[in-house]
Design a protein around this ligand. Structure first.
Ligand code: 5RP
Length: 262
C-alpha cells in the first residue's frame, strides 16, 4: 500500500487498531432528521470524542470549522431521497478532485446488493476505488439495505462485505447481526458497524457496539444512536470507552450517566 493511502487510513484507525467514526451524513437522502436540523450545533460538541467524521461536502463546508483537526470521511454517493421506495439508484455525486480539495482521509459510497441497482452501485464502487488509488485515498464501502432493514443477516452482510473487499474497498461499513464474527472472518479488510435507527435505550446501542467489537469489528461508524440520544456527549464517551478502552457495557453505561448533558 502506498504511503499516502496508509497515512490516511492511520488517521482513521488509531494506533490501537480501533476507531470511533461519527456518522452525520444521513441528510444526503433523509434531509433534516430529528436533532440534525442544525448540523453545526449538533456536531460541534461531539467532535472532540470522534476519531473521524462521516459527512457530506455540503455539511462539511457549511457547518464544520476548517481549523478543526478531525479526519473527514466524505460521503460521495447519492442521487435519491427517502421519498422513493427504492433507495438503491445511487451514483457518485462528488468528483475526486473536490475530495482532495477538502483534504479528506477517505471517501464513502453505498452499495446495494440484491437491489434493482446492484450492478450500478458496484460499478460506482469500482470507479471510485480506481480514483482513490490514483490519489492515495481509501474507500469505505457501505453495505446499504435501503428500507429493507430485515435483509441484515450474516449471509447477506458477508456477501456484501466480501464483494466490497474483492472490488478493492480498503474498509467496509456494515451492520451488526447474529453470527457477526462470520462476516468479519470472511472480509479481508477492516469492518466498522453502523448503529442503524435509534434503539429504545442507550443500553441497547452500547451492547451492540460491545458485541461488534468482541466479534472483530475495528470500531463503529455510529450516528443516530449518538446524536439523537438525550445525552449525546455522554453517549459518544461511552461508545469510545467500549471501542478504545475495553470497557464493559456496565462501565460504559456508568460513563453515559456520569456525563450530564448541558
Ligand atoms: C447513512 C449512513 C450512515 O452513516 C450510517 O447508517 C451510520 O449511521 P447510523 O448509526 O445512524 O445508522 O451510511 O446513509
Amino acid at each position: 500500500m502506498d504511503w499516502g493511502m496508509k497515512n490516511r487510513l492511520s488517521r482513521m484507525i488509531k494506533a490501537d487498531g480501533r476507531t470511533v467514526m461519527l456518522a452525520v451524513d444521513h441528510g444526503y437522502f433523509l434531509g433534516p432528521l430529528n436533532r440534525m436540523e442544525e448540523p453545526k450545533k449538533t456536531i460541534a460538541p461531539l467532535i472532540p470524542y470522534a476519531d473521524s467524521l462521516m459527512i457530506t461536502r455540503g455539511t462539511l463546508r457549511t457547518s464544520i470549522d476548517a481549523n478543526q483537526d478531525i479526519p473527514i470521511v466524505l460521503r460521495v454517493s447519492g442521487g435519491n431521497s427517502v421519498l422513493n421506495e427504492d433507495l438503491s439508484n445511487e451514483g457518485i455525486t462528488v468528483c475526486i478532485k473536490d475530495a482532495v480539495r477538502l483534504n479528506v482521509a477517505a471517501v464513502a459510497l453505498s452499495i446495494y446488493l440484491g437491489s434493482p441497482h446492484e450492478h450500478q452501485t458496484l460499478i460506482n464502487l469500482g470507479k471510485l476505488i480506481d480514483e482513490g488509488q490514483e490519489y492515495g485515498i481509501p474507500v469505505l464501502a457501505v453495505t446499504a439495505v435501503g428500507k429493507e432493514l430485515e435483509k441484515r443477516d450474516a449471509r447477506y452482510l458477508s456477501l456484501a462485505s466480501r464483494i466490497a473487499a474483492e472490488l478493492g474497498a480498503q474498509m467496509v461499513k456494515t451492520y451488526y447481526c447474529d453470527d457477526f464474527a462470520k462476516v468479519v472472518k470472511s472480509c479481508p479488510v477492516p469492518i466498522v458497524i453502523a448503529g442503524g435507527p435509534r434503539f429504545k435505550t442507550e443500553l441497547d446501542a452500547l451492547q451492540l457496539a460491545y458485541d461488534a467489537i468482541q466479534e472483530g469489528a475495528v470500531g463503529v461508524d455510529m450516528g443516530r444512536n449518538i446524536w439523537q440520544s438525550s445525552n449525546p456527549v455522554g453517549m459518544i464517551k461511552a461508545v469510545r470507552a467500549i471501542v478504545h478502552d475495553k470497557a464493559t457495557v456496565k462501565k460504559a453505561t456508568e460513563i453515559f450517566h456520569g456525563h450530564k448533558s448541558a
